[in-house]
Write a protein that binds this ligand. Structure first.
Ligand SMILES: [Zn+2]
Ligand SMILES: [Zn+2]
Length: 422
């Protein structure tokens, strides 16, 4: 019986995985330039880490988490991580990173899990590249992570991504906005979708995030958070915007960006691409000054983002397919002596860093040459009893079709020289 993968969980096969490598490589490059260090956090955490940090009324906690009983601790639950920020904050606290150096710039990459309706560019196991800066309240660092993202997008060749920016205020000013928004929504309650009606009281900002046509329509004239910012938040947001303008990073203000999660405050942003349709964010993030404290740590400001790998790769693949790395050499052999020689030669050459492949069973010359072609080998070496007896082999350049004779004992050095020489 054939067993298939489960809905929303996908393989990344050779041929596709090269685009992923490319993106990951460029991410590491840009993170190094901005002095970010990698952190690897577990895929499974205690459920309360997410319910406490993300907020009980968020879609993620309400219905999207993969949660199961911990068989080692009766009554407690474990969850496959639905996002990375909570785990990074937990690790920062657990290792007491703040005691040595309170400012930490961290990045991570890996799979996240949410039980959402699968669609193009959105899977249940999906991959994120994320970054968190812990310990810096200043607006410079908000601007810095946005510039980092712009540099990253330009490094991978993503064009036409737009930055949308908002400020969500803080504990000083958000309650006032929340009240005004709730009053506005209550007057129009009947027109909201059932979901929004249900959670409106507890989390009115989420209504602005709702993609239902009726809710988008109702909230078109909703009060804007930007009109309710206190002086501190207004000044902070002002500096972020000035720094972006100084660095010629274009942005649009979008007071509808509320981010799904409770822990966000002040700067919130999304990078979108019109080519992705309605699920159009390719990266999103913002400031979350209260999170570390909520998790039992010292007051620690934070700002971060996550890039959706599937969507980014999709956008890049629309532009160009990335080639798998080419095989350097294919060894074509004839006879038992040819096979024995080829097997040990392949091993020696691989040890010296050359990518080599060969057949394991006797095949016709023609079939071996076809395989070499399929693998994209740059060179083919033909070895039979006769060649071994003579002490020379014929090396064929598969691009130029040139053939040259090489002494067997000089083979490794010759190949290395050619490869280095291009
Ligand atoms: Zn709604
Ligand atoms: Zn404020």
């Amino acid at each position: 019986m054939k067993i298939n993968s489960i809905k929303g969980f996908a393989d990344i096969l050779p041929g596709d995985v090269e685009s992923w490598h490319f993106v990951e490589e460029k991410a590491r490059e840009v993170f190094a330039r901005y002095s970010f260090f990698e952190i690897r956090i577990p895929i499974v955490e205690k459920t309360e880490l997410f319910s406490r940090s993300l907020g009980e009324t968020t879609d993620i906690v309400e219905k999207e988490m993969y949660t199961f009983p911990d068989q080692d601790a009766k009554g407690s639950l474990l969850t496959l991580r639905p996002e990375g920020t909570a785990g990074v904050a937990r690790a920062y606290l657990e290792a007491e990173l703040y005691k040595v150096e309170p400012v930490r710039k961290l990045f991570y990459l890996g799979p996240m899990f949410r039980r959402e309706r699968p669609q193009k560019g959105r899977l249940r196991q999906f991959y994120q590249i994320g970054a968190e800066v812990l310990g810096r309240p200043d607006p410079l660092v908000d601007a810095e992570v946005l510039l980092l993202l712009r540099d990253f997008f330009s490094l991978v060749g993503l064009e036409g991504a737009t930055l949308e920016l908002n400020s969500l205020g803080d504990v000083q000013c958000r309650p006032g906005y929340r009240k005004a928004l709730l009053a506005f929504l209550k007057e129009r309650e009947k027109k909201l979708c059932a979901n929004c009606q249900r959670r409106m009281e507890r989390n009115p900002l989420r209504v602005l995030d709702c993609k239902e046509e009726s809710c988008v329509e109702v909230t078109r004239d909703a009060p804007s958070i930007l009109d309710y910012l206190c002086d501190d938040c207004r000044a902070h947001f002002g500096v972020v915007q000035r720094l972006l303008r100084d660095s010629e990073l274009d942005y649009q203000l979008n007071p509808r960006i509320v981010r799904g999660l409770d822990y966000y405050c002040r700067t919130a942003f999304e990078w979108t691409s019109a080519r992705l349709g309605s699920q159009n964010a390719v990266a999103a993030g913002g400031r979350y000054d209260g999170l570390v404290e909520d998790l039992g740590g010292p007051p620690t400001p934070g700002v971060g983002f996550a890039i959706g790998m599937e969507r980014l790769v999709l956008l890049l693949e629309m532009k160009e397919a990335r080639q798998a790395p080419r095989l350097t050499l294919f060894l074509v052999w004839v006879g038992d002596a040819g096979r024995a020689w080829a097997f040990s030669a392949a091993h020696r050459l691989r040890q010296r860093g050359i990518a080599v492949e060969m057949e394991g069973e006797q095949k016709s010359l023609k079939s071996q040459m076809r395989r070499a072609d399929k693998l994209g080998a740059s060179y083919v070496l033909i070895v039979g009893e006769e060649e071994l007896g003579r002490g020379t082999v014929v090396l064929r350049n598969m691009d130029t079709k040139e053939q040259s004779e090489l002494a067997l004992d000089r083979l490794e050095d010759e190949l290395l020289a050619r490869r280095v020489g291009g």
